[in-house]
Design a protein around this ligand. Structure first.
Ligand SMILES: [Zn+2]
Length: 444
């Protein structure tokens, strides 16, 4: 088996690293951390931070030494963009923008080496999910609009020696024509679109489960519960396509992505590309198995080297043995966004818990409106889009059985709710309208 290789990364070495033990204390990872901090120290923001903390990159002799440095937050990126990104840098080869779901888009420049690193990251992710050279993969993700995820998926496939079919998002009829003509064995896409694509196929007398699609790799929306079992949406996809389904997770800012391996019990940490920490609300490190905010230090990034980036996403790390044979840690499903954590009548919960419960009732179109109330609790309205009659009381009882509380439920015409959730140019539907800082409701 031959793999296309970049200059900096070798598939042979990468596989050896993942199957040796213990990965954490390997000298090459510590060297990679030192080199990464050296690169970060060229960025004015970190130059100042290292001076303030009286440290130099060579002071870091163990991976855990990284906890000596403060975190970097999205607010830091928003407040000091000129300190992170040197616009005059002639090494930049691609400029990505974050999708801007929280605040202004962040400018993330990539050097040629960063693009190679990005491709290698996805190569390993595909490999872990069972994709091999010459496999054909349909990419229903966006490659333009300054998004990086589509580029990553594309370059990872090419680097692996597999075949990319750059179909892009939307238009189920056209996607099915391509599937029939080019016979891909896997699809990369957003879960809600993969569901729509499969359902369109069924409605048009296509045998979706015999279409040759053996693998679905998902992006953007969760398909699993924290214990790695499939959510109702994940089950629906698996049953509809009769395919293996793997979730991936990443963000433009930290230039790193996780994808589940064939064991589907968390996304493996790529040891040469990242250090992952899980912290509590006070910034203290949490042990394996406990949920907290995911903090990522990407290693080897040149154009936009971040240190201890707080993602705002909640998940847990595991170091239990994985049946795939790789010995690196695994990051579990994203359990929610910290900024969207809700306090409701004495209970703490995330919108995702409400969404999974609605999916289990085969409700597909929904969003939440959150407002502040006078008693420091949040007011939650579950807005459901449906043109058929739904039993309001049954939905309320189901939510109560899972959440232990009953949020308000509003059932509106399907088209109205779909319109509300659509976002121009975004990969994802907007499902949470957090109005805790505002007073106006979409229904005011
Ligand atoms: Zn594994």
């Amino acid at each position: 088996m031959t793999f296309c290789r970049g200059e900096r990364y070798s598939m042979h070495e990468a596989l050896a690293l993942r199957t040796s033990e213990p990965v954490d204390s390997m000298p090459q990872r510590i060297a990679l951390l030192q080199r990464h901090l050296q690169q970060a120290s060229r960025v004015p923001y970190y130059q100042e931070m290292f001076r303030r903390e009286s440290v130099t990159p060579s002071d870091f002799r163990d991976l855990s030494d990284i906890s000596r440095l403060p975190f970097t937050t999205r607010t830091d990126l928003d407040q000091y963009p000129q300190l992170f990104c040197q616009k005059e840098n002639t090494d930049h080869r691609d400029i990505a923008l974050t999708s801007g779901t929280t605040g202004e888009p962040v400018i993330v420049p990539y050097t040629a080496a960063d693009l190679e690193r990005l491709a290698f990251n996805e190569t390993m992710a595909y490999y872990g999910a069972g994709i091999r050279p010459n496999d054909r993969v349909l990419l229903t993700v966006t490659l333009d609009r300054c998004f990086i995820a589509g580029m990553a998926y594309y370059s990872g496939l090419v680097n692996l020696g597999a075949v990319a079919i750059r179909s892009g998002p939307g238009q189920p009829a056209r996607q099915w024509q391509i599937i029939k003509k080019l016979s891909p064995g896997a699809i990369v896409g957003v879960p809600s679109f993969l569901l729509q694509l499969g359902q369109w196929g069924l409605e048009n007398n296509i045998e979706v489960s015999h279409s040759g699609i053996k693998t679905l790799i998902t992006i953007g929306e969760p398909i699993r519960y924290p214990d790695n079992s499939l959510s109702p949406l994940g089950q629906q996809l698996r049953d509809l396509w009769q395919a293996d389904i793997y979730a991936s997770y990443g963000a433009t800012e930290f230039e790193t992505a996780f994808c589940e391996c064939s064991a589907a019990c968390g996304g493996h940490v790529h040891p040469e590309l990242m250090i992952v920490e899980i912290i509590d609300d006070n910034g203290r490190l949490l042990p394996h198995g406990q949920p907290g905010e995911v903090v990522v230090t990407p290693l080897g990034v040149q154009g936009f080297p971040l240190v201890r980036f707080r993602t705002g996403d909640v998940a847990r790390l595991s170091d239990s043995p994985c049946s795939c044979g790789w010995k690196t840690e695994r990051l579990g499903p994203i359990e929610g966004r910290l900024a969207q954590r809700l306090k409701y009548k004495g209970t703490t919960l995330y919108p995702e818990t409400i969404f999974r419960t609605l999916e289990a009732m085969h409700i597909q179109h929904f969003c939440l409106e959150i407002r502040s109330s006078m008693d420091l609790s949040d007011e939650i309205t579950v807005i459901i889009g449906s043109d058929t009659h739904l039993q309001h009381e049954t939905i309320s009882e189901n939510l109560q059985s899972v959440l232990r509380v009953r949020p308000e439920i509003l059932i509106r015409p399907l088209a109205e709710v779909q319109k509300m959730m659509e976002q121009d140019g975004s990969r994802k539907r907007k499902t949470v309208f957090d109005l805790r800082q505002e007073t106006r409701s979409p229904y005011a």
